[in-house]
Ligand binder design. Structure first.
Ligand SMILES: Cc1cc2nc3c(=O)[nH]c(=O)nc-3n(C[C@H](O)[C@H](O)[C@H](O)COP(=O)(O)OP(=O)(O)OC[C@H]3O[C@@H](n4cnc5c(N)ncnc54)[C@H](O)[C@@H]3O)c2cc1C
Length: 335
């Protein structure tokens, strides 16, 4: 009989974890309290690169670079299998002052990436992006075609288990999920979901707000970045301006002050945006973690419960590599 796995949370991390196990011919069940890809993984910008890597610890960069390196092939596979194009593009990123040029050039050289100082700016031609909503729709379609069972609008209740092996997991709908292995990929909600077993998961929600503009196609062709603010051009002329990083709990509302601040920065970076209306303003809850380091591995209290969460600002970038790391850990210990 095939080994079975229940994955709790269908964001980028949960979907890519599901994909890794489906390809290993496991019987995979993916559960989400909302819709697949409806939370942070939808709300994000899809830049496949840390901002900026020389300011982060090495484990963050290693996982991010390993994840980013898998995206071109992943998106080609998704497009071919589903007909949905996640619009991967190596559009490059231009970093505007102030930045530490010496640290940037040294870091890029050490990690085999191209970096050029051009006038006052730093040009990183290999930085890529993906279009989040398209990525998530394509992943959902791919998982269904591979036979993954997906339960949406199904909240798993706080974990209750008196033994060192999770026997089953109760949902709010009365369905009890039973499998050999369980994985928590519940993003910002992961800590709460684990109840009295939450201690190994230092994850808390960190809100990010984003504005969307529309200009004519080709008005901007590369990502622009200055002082923790960015503009991301999509192929069809949409431009994302983001983002805030706010410690406000599970509050997903958007604020006037963030809209003012983001639109001022957007105009400063690209004056054409002064005449463009904001066509959408949204927020998402990142799974915040200390130093942006996710928790990937077995839960110390259980033999068959695993964690893949806390990817904070770079969960989309890290997800393919993170899923691979987790699947190796599970398969190494699964008898
Ligand atoms: C504004 C913004 C910009 C960002 N920009 C980037 C970027 O450019 N590049 C990048 O790499 N990352 C970016 N990020 C971060 C990235 O989006 C996140 O790190 C990533 O989406 C986390 O993925 P996840 O699957 O862990 O979480 P999520 O996508 O939030 O998925 C978790 C899922 O778990 C479900 N869930 C929770 N509790 C339960 C439960 N009890 N039962 C069932 N299901 C449950 C939720 O409904 C949710 O769908 C950005 C984030 C934001 C908000």
């Amino acid at each position: 009989m095939k080994p079975s796995i229940t994955i709790v949370g269908a964001g980028a991390v949960g979907c890519l974890t599901a994909l890794a196990f489906a390809k290993k011919d496991w019987q995979v069940t993916l559960v989400d309290q909302g819709v697949l890809g409806g939370e942070a993984s939808w709300a994000g910008g899809g830049i496949l690169f840390p901002l900026l890597p020389w300011n982060y610890k090495e484990p963050v960069n290693q996982l991010a670079l390993a994840g980013a390196a898998r995206y071109r092939e992943l998106c080609e596979e998704l497009f071919e299998a589903t007909g949905i194009d996640p619009q991967y593009q190596a559009c490059g990123m231009r970093v505007l002052p102030e930045f530490d040029g010496e640290a940037a050039l040294t870091w890029c050289k050490t990690h085999g990436l191209t970096a050029e100082i051009q006038g006052e700016s730093l040009w990183l031609p290999e930085v890529a992006q993906v279009r989040n909503p398209r990525l998530m729709i394509a992943l959902g379609a791919r998982l269904k075609a591979l036979g993954v069972t997906i339960h949406e609008h199904t909240e798993l209740l706080q974990l209750q288990s008196a033994t060192a092996k999770v026997q089953s997991w109760q949902s709010s709908k009365g369905i009890r999920f039973e499998s050999d292995v369980y994985v928590v990929t519940a993003g910002a909600w992961s800590h709460n979901l684990l109840g009295e077993h939450a201690q190994p998961v230092p994850v808390k929600p960190m809100r990010g707000q984003m504005l969307l503009y529309q200009l004519e196609m080709g008005a901007l062709s590369t990502i622009l970045y200055r002082n923790d603010f960015y503009l991301i051009p999509r192929r069809d002329g949409h431009i994302l301006a983001g983002s805030t990083v706010e410690d406000v709990g599970f509050d997903k509302s958007t604020t006037e002050s963030a809209a003012r601040d983001l639109s001022r920065k957007a105009r400063d970076l690209l004056p054409q945006l002064a005449d463009a209306p904001v066509i959408r303003h949204w927020s998402g809850l990142r799974p915040g973690s200390p130093d942006n380091i996710p928790t990937i591995g077995r839960h110390p209290d259980f033999d068959n419960l695993y964690l893949n969460t806390g990817h904070f600002r770079y969960g989309v970038t890290m997800a393919p590599a993170s899923a691979e790391v987790l699947s190796k850990v599970v398969c190494g210990s699964f008898v």
